[in-house]
Ligand binder design. Structure first.
Ligand SMILES: Nc1ncnc2c1ncn2[C@@H]1O[C@H](COP(=O)(O)OP(=O)(O)OP(=O)(O)O)[C@@H](O)[C@H]1O
Ligand SMILES: [Mg+2]
Length: 359
């Protein structure tokens, strides 16, 4: 699948928001265990806190919770916190692991009362399993089909009340009937630099690292609003400081370290900058077709489109238009170049007139 970074390109990318398999243990060690320790996301935290508190007061299992948002913002972390706060055991599975209704029935029928079932990537579950889940969520009941063909019978099975926590990076792909069965939906947003500084302070404490406030800010501002990236960059800064014999990490040390790993002041890496530079220097800021742009940077079109562009678009550096990609004025500025006259493409009114509006 495009977007699954392993299949997009095999390389390690320091600023990728997905997680590496060998990163799981380190991440687990840095995960906050309570809602109070969870940094940022004030709205979700407040609302979720209320949902959990109320269900504790009523002595009932909490409502089903759906968590959506881009990778690395804390969905898995929150699922674990929910179980922790409810004092309930946690069962973890994921959409891709549930392809047959039998897979789901096996999980559901072994749940204990009050257990929290975390289904990661819930949008990737198979349709029949999804339908079984509807009934389980609403009525705490499943029909288990035994046998095949004409002799098949279905045996109803009551389930103990449980809390389903679903996570998805693609809330839009979730069918309405499934979305409607969640009592609470929390959408996670990208973090501000200040929030990332708090995340980093906490992690530095756990890793026994000494950074100045400016040192933290340097790392935070290169982390693309994503705690996972912030923690990863912090570990690279730690390596750099260790090798260079630096014990107190200030802004200079943080930035030297991250320059060395080619993560720039806005969190762009070599690929991102390559795309911007090609667009600005070879094609005068565009518009240029995706495939031409990809050839210019020597990458697959999918890599440019799925790996580099989303962040460039989010940062207002690049825009996608029906006639191709264009650089926004901020792109020249970021590359330390003067914005030429025709960068008026960046002007919404001009873009509209030229029919360069977003696809
Ligand atoms: N609010 C937060 N406060 C502190 N640390 C956080 C926060 N959110 C995420 N993290 C850290 O970022 C890392 C990634 O978070 P997590 O695994 O929960 O992301 P995710 O949303 O589940 O990502 P994915 O979509 O890839 O599964 C974890 O190691 C966690 O410690
Ligand atoms: Mg996760």
């Amino acid at each position: 699948m495009v977007g699954d970074r392993a299949s997009v390109n095999g390389r390690d990318r320091l600023v990728d928001s997905g997680s590496e398999p060998d990163e799981k243990t380190v991440e687990a060690a840095l995960r906050p265990g309570t809602l109070d320790d969870f940094v940022g996301q004030p709205r979700v935290r407040r609302q979720l806190g209320l949902v959990l508190e109320a269900s504790k007061l009523r002595g009932r299992t909490a409502d089903h919770v759906l968590l959506s948002g881009p990778p690395g913002l804390g969905k898995t972390t929150l699922a674990m916190i929910i179980a922790e706060e409810m004092g309930a055991p946690l069962r973890i599975s994921s959409g891709p692991a549930i392809q047959h209704t039998g897979d789901l029935a096996a999980i559901l029928s072994s749940l204990t009362e009050g257990e929290v079932l975390f289904l990661d990537e819930i949008h990737r579950m198979s349709r029949p399993a999804e339908e079984m889940l509807y009934m389980a969520m609403e009525d705490f009941r499943v029909d288990i089909v035994v046998g095949k063909g004409a002799g098949a019978t279905s045996i109803p099975l009551d389930l103990p009340p449980f809390t389903l926590v679903g996570a998805t990076t693609r809330a839009g792909l979730l069918p309405g009937p499934l979305r409607d069965r969640f009592g609470f939906t929390g959408h996670l947003e990208f973090y501000s630099v200040d929030e990332l500084v708090s995340v980093l302070r906490r992690s530095a404490g756990l890793l026994d690292l000494d950074l100045s406030t400016e040192g933290f800010q340097e790392v935070a501002s290169r982390s693309r609003g994503t705690p996972r990236i912030a923690n990863r960059l912090l570990r690279r800064v730690r390596d750099w400081a260790l090798v260079h014999g630096v014990s107190r990490i200030d802004a200079r040390a943080s930035s030297s370290a991250l320059e060395m790993y080619e993560v720039d002041s806005r969190g762009l890496d070599r690929l991102d900058r390559g795309v911007l530079e090609a667009l600005v220097k070879h094609f005068g800021g565009g518009p240029v077709g995706l495939s031409t742009l990809a050839i210019a940077v020597g990458e697959e079109t999918e890599t440019v489109e799925e790996v580099a562009e989303p962040y460039l678009v989010r940062e207002g550096l690049l825009a996608r238009t029906p006639r191709g990609r264009i650089a926004m004025p901020a792109a020249w500025e970021h590359l330390g170049l003067a914005v030429p006259e025709h960068a008026a493409f960046g002007d919404p009114a001009v873009r509209q007139a030229l029919d360069l509006t977003e696809e």
